[in-house]
Design a protein around this ligand. Structure first.
Ligand code: IPM
Ligand code: MN
Length: 354
């Protein structure tokens, strides 16, 4: 029997509530399949841990996580701990230490999902965002000079390496080829005259190896306009770390809301564990009330199943989310329902059996 060893960091706010449903659903899938099982190990890291220990995770946290096949992360961040500390010392350090340079985020409008755009059909919003996840605007390079003087100056560098750009762009081309889809690069070469000119150049270079893949290039401002006005233009999308961050929130807004937004942080070489997470954050305003939407977590569980080669189950989970939204009976309040977090998780499990 195949065993998938998963490190669970439920984290802050609604993290533990939604992750409980993700674990429930993954266990149900494994029991039904019979060919594999999950072994979950829980780590109580996050902002509460920080308040007690002065750090987000132990000093050897990364070393502890390295023994696992994957990480299942709930949410990080809570009032009382500055965001740049909680995120840099947990989420971002994991992405970087484990070289999870692909951030794969589906932006797909499922049937029944709420959509604020008018006259769009399901097939008009069917994108996969490949966000660079290891460097770029998030490289953490810079300086804070002359602090607390009238000359105080900060510098935040974008770091775009040939290696870093090539590998994410090549990954996106491979995916576009495999799925028979177009590939769109989103950058900003007209204003960012080093980083994004370089990005565009590498996109053109790598593209020579993929004459069969139809490509498009957009400036990020125009792309954000077209994502709203004509989302059908985009299929596979590759973009930088910050642009991908921003555009995938826009993507979530047009495809069902943050309650459905999932993301996979992948180390494609599988040298290190990959990490799967809902991307909605810790939502302190509704934490502890049992009303957070576990669907994004179920979708990220589906991405985990895909990554382990159980694609049929991965697809089944997304189909079930769609069925639940079409039926409209067991939904959390953000989707206009009255169900609790665990009732939605139970409904997913019931459909797996049914
Ligand atoms: C995301 C989040 C993170 C990011 C934050 C919390 C640092 O917004 O995963 O999209 O910007 O990458
Ligand atoms: Mn984000």
């Amino acid at each position: 029997m195949q065993v998938h060893k998963i490190a669970v960091i439920a984290g802050d706010g609604v993290g533990p509530e939604v992750i409980a449903e993700g674990v429930k659903v993954l266990n149900a899938v494994a029991a039904l399949d019979g060919g594999f099982r999950f072994e979950f190990t829980h780590f109580p890291w996050g902002c509460q841990y920080y308040l007690e220990h002065g750090r987000m995770m132990p000093e050897d946290g990364i070393q502890q996580l390295s023994r696992f096949d994957a990480i299942f992360l709930g949410a990080v961040g809570y009032p009382g701990v500055p965001d740049h500390i909680s995120l840099w010392d947990l989420l971002l350090v994991i992405r970087k230490s484990f070289d999870q340079y692909i951030n794969l985020r589906p932006v797909k409008l499922l049937r029944g999902a709420p959509c604020p755009l008018k006259d769009v059909r399901r097939e008009d919003i069917d994108m996969t965002f490949i966000r660079e996840n290891s460097e770029g605007e998030y490289a953490g390079s810079g300086a804070w000079l002359y602090r607390d003087t009238p000359y105080e100056t900060v510098i935040q560098n974008g770091v775009f390496s040939r290696h870093g750009c090539e590998r994410v762009i090549r990954y996106a081309f491979e995916l576009a080829r495999k799925e028979g889809k177009t590939l769109t690069s989103i950058s900003k070469g007209n204003a960012l005259n080093y980083s994004m000119v370089f990005w565009d150049q590498i996109f053109a270079e790598v593209g020579k190896d993929y004459p069969d893949v139809e490509t498009h290039s957009y400036l990020v401002d125009a792309a954000s306009m077209f994502m709203v006005k004509d989302p059908g233009r985009f299929q596979i999308v590759v973009t930088s770390n910050l642009f991908g961050d921003i555009l995938t929130d826009l993507g979530a807004a047009i495809s069902g809301g943050m309650g459905l937004a999932a993301g996979a942080n992948l180390n494609p070489e599988r040298k290190f564990p990959s990490m799967f997470e809902p991307i909605h954050g810790s939502a302190p305003d509704i934490a502890g009330r049992g009303i957070s939407n576990p669907m994004a977590t179920v979708w990220s569980a589906s991405q985990m199943l895909d990554f382990f080669g159980h694609e049929t189950w991965g697809r089944r989970l997304v189909d079930i989310l769609e069925e639940l939204m079409v039926e409209g009976k067991i939904l959390t309040p953000d989707m206009g329902g009255t169900a609790s977090t665990s009732q939605v998780g139970d409904a997913v499990v019931a459909r797996l059996h049914g």
